[in-house]
Structure formats: structure tokens, C-alpha cells
Design a protein around this ligand. Structure first.
Ligand SMILES: CC(C)(COP(=O)(O)OP(=O)(O)OC[C@H]1O[C@@H](n2cnc3c(N)ncnc32)[C@H](O)[C@@H]1OP(=O)(O)O)[C@@H](O)C(=O)NCCC(=O)NCCS
Length: 154
């Protein structure tokens, strides 16, 4: 089941985040996100196993963060969650942007499968635990139906 994230979910979300990110978001950041952005979670047998945070900005959106629990990865849940979260945005955006670590092949493949493509690289954007830095790949998904809707408005 996919549903909106509640404040009561934040500890479960934070637990997943800590398992998958070298620089995880804090509990406070998740609490602020629930109040400000579109935050969704996916459950399996009543257990929260993934989350996705989208920030609508005017007629665009930013994908800020998403993750699936390590023992649930590779089962199609991330794709399902991402597609559903985009569909559920209150005002369908013209385009959606994201940044992802250059080495994060799994996420980049997922985003490509969901219709994103690379438009730029932000050099030395992410810090690494060893003090070095890693480039960010910037990707965009053009929501073409929405372009059409914009131009057909009276
Ligand atoms: C990225 C992430 C959310 C993908 O979730 P997932 O549930 O494992 O992904 P899915 O099973 O839905 O896979 C969807 C597609 O992603 C790609 N993919 C997923 N895992 C992959 C891997 N290990 N290697 C290469 N491609 C992979 C594939 O294209 C796959 O489609 P396919 O099965 O038809 O080949 C998950 O790996 C994760 O939580 N990673 C850690 C957190 C993170 O990096 N978040 C994104 C940056 S904020």
C-alpha cells in the first residue's frame, strides 16, 4: 500500500534512511518535510519499507529523497512508489528535477526507467565520509501531457 507519510512514520523512515545514506537526513528534517512537501510511504504486510519526498515548486517539482529498505530492494517497490508519488502530485508539474550521486547506479537506472534523463553534472557536490567529494548528476523528467494541458488552456 502507498499512502501519505504521517508524523508517526518518521522514526521508521529515519531508520531506513540511516541504513542507506552516508549523510542521512535528521528526524527534524523529516518532520519539516511532512509539513511542507508531498511525502509518501510504501508498506508491505503492514511494515513501512520505503519513502519518497517530492517538493512541488510552482509548475515544477523536485525529487528530494527516496529510499527502500535494504532487504526489500530489487523487488519493484522503488519504481512503484516513484510512479505513484508523481501521479499523486496535487498539480501535475511540467517537469521534475533531481540530483543523485554519480556512483548511485541503482538510483540512476530507476530514474531512467521512470522517464528521467541526465541534463548536467554538479561537480564535487556531495561530501563522502572520507573527506573527498562526489559529483551530482542532475536529471529531469519532462511531463509532456502537462505541457499539452498548459497550451490548451482557454
Ligand atoms: C534506488 C532505490 C530507491 C531503488 O529501489 P528498488 O525498490 O530497489 O528499485 P526497483 O526494484 O523498483 O527497481 C527499479 C529499477 O531500478 C533499477 N535498479 C534497481 N536496483 C538496481 C541495481 N542494484 N543495479 C542496477 N539497477 C537497479 C533497475 O532499472 C530496475 O528496473 P528493472 O527491475 O526493470 O531492471 C534503492 O536502491 C535505494 O533505496 N537505494 C538507497 C537510497 C538511494 O540511493 N536513494 C536514491 C537517492 S536519494
Amino acid at each position: 500500500m502507498i499512502r501519505l507519510m504521517q508524523h508517526a512514520d518518521i522514526h521508521s523512515v529515519f531508520n531506513i534512511e540511516q541504513q542507506v545514506q552516508s549523510h542521512p537526513w535528521s528526524l527534524k528534517q523529516f518532520a519539516e518535510a511532512v509539513d511542507s512537501y508531498q511525502c509518501t510511504v510504501i508498506e508491505q504486510q503492514g511494515q513501512l519499507v520505503g519513502f519518497c519526498i517530492l517538493q512541488p515548486v510552482l509548475d515544477e517539482a523536485n525529487l528530494l529523497l527516496m529510499a527502500v529498505a535494504p532487504d526489500q530492494q530489487g523487488n519493484g517497490l522503488g519504481y512503484q512508489l516513484l510512479e505513484h508519488s508523481i501521479e499523486q502530485l496535487p498539480n501535475q508539474p511540467v517537469q521534475i528535477f533531481l540530483e543523485v550521486r554519480e556512483s548511485n547506479t541503482a538510483a540512476i537506472r530507476l530514474y531512467e526507467k521512470a522517464g528521467f534523463h541526465q541534463i548536467d553534472v554538479r561537480k564535487n557536490y556531495y561530501p563522502n565520509p572520507d573527506g573527498t567529494r562526489e559529483h551530482a548528476v542532475i536529471m529531469v523528467k519532462a511531463c509532456s501531457d502537462d505541457f499539452a494541458a498548459l497550451f490548451s488552456s482557454p
